[in-house]
Design a protein around this ligand. Structure first.
Ligand code: AP5
Length: 217
């Protein structure tokens, strides 16, 4: 299964992606995490991406497409993959389709998560993340057992620079303008699009995602 998780910042793509990967053994390709790792490592890609990420803007398509092409070559053959945060523009979606063709793959499903802007803002403002294992917490809604430390591997949690309120509104605007139109694009293609309302709790949303994908049957 090649699955896209599509939705606005803070809706729970990372949270749901980790749970789904744990349940299925599928790999995750998370463009935001790949970029943050590149930024922390000071690679040329990370240096080029930094200004866009800090402002809450999209990193240019050609950089993202090259990064995902390279990532695809590292994935085990035949494994399922959850794409979180990619594609985000029409150009990325077209390039993605082209890069999957030689692999004999296509997008099998698109899970669209959505919630109100109030819920998204609340979730983002309390988020803390583990760069080591990808686990995501919320200081109010889903705190770790020990403050500031990942439950899984004891790594110190960090507060993303782009989670500050000034940047969050721009990220929401960019999503509605650039990425939300991809829902109609995929609805007009052969991919199956599953709409999962995501205002509810983490387990409730995960149950809905798995039901939509027919994983609990
Ligand atoms: P990225 O890292 O992909 O950020 P995003 O899409 O803005 O999404 P988030 O990571 O903010 O949210 P999420 O939906 O994963 O929610 P989460 O599970 O963490 O991208 C960052 C930047 O990188 C972009 O702005 C751009 O600059 C660049 N970039 C990345 N990909 C790109 C691309 N393809 N093209 C161009 N540029 C790109 O949950 C959020 C919080 O809510 C957490 O605290 C969590 O604990 C809590 N929570 C989650 N679900 C629930 C729930 N059901 N109930 C209660 N709390 C919940």
């Amino acid at each position: 299964m090649y699955l896209i998780l599509l939705g606005p910042p803070g809706v729970g793509k990372g949270t749901q992606g980790v749970l789904l990967a744990d349940a299925t053994g599928w790999e995750r390709v998370v463009t935001g995490d790949l970029l943050r790792t590149a930024k922390d490592a000071g690679t040329p890609l990370g240096q080029q991406a930094q200004q866009y990420m800090t402002a809450g803007d999209l990193v240019p398509d050609h950089l993202i497409i090259k990064m995902v092409e390279e990532k695809l070559t590292t994935l085990p053959v035949g494994t399922g993959v959850i794409f979180d945060g990619f594609p985000r523009t029409r150009e990325q979606a077209s390039a993605f389709k082209m890069m999957l063709q030689p692999l004999g793959r296509s997008i099998d499903g698109v899970v669209v998560l959505d919630a109100s802007d109030e819920v998204l803002t609340e979730r983002i403002s309390g988020r803390r993340s583990c760069l080591s294992c990808g686990s995501v917490y919320n200081m109010v809604l889903a705190p770790p057992q020990r403050e500031g430390v990942c439950d899984n591997d004891g790594t110190s949690l960090f507060h993303r620079a782009d989670d500050h309120p000034d940047t969050v509104q721009n990220r929401l605007d960019v999503y509605r303008r650039e990425t939300e139109p991809l829902i109609a694009y995929y609805e007009g293609s052969k991919s199956t699009v599953y709409h999962v309302p995501s205002d509810g709790g983490v387990d409730e949303v995960q149950g809905e995602v798995r039901r939509a994908l027919g994983l609990d049957e």
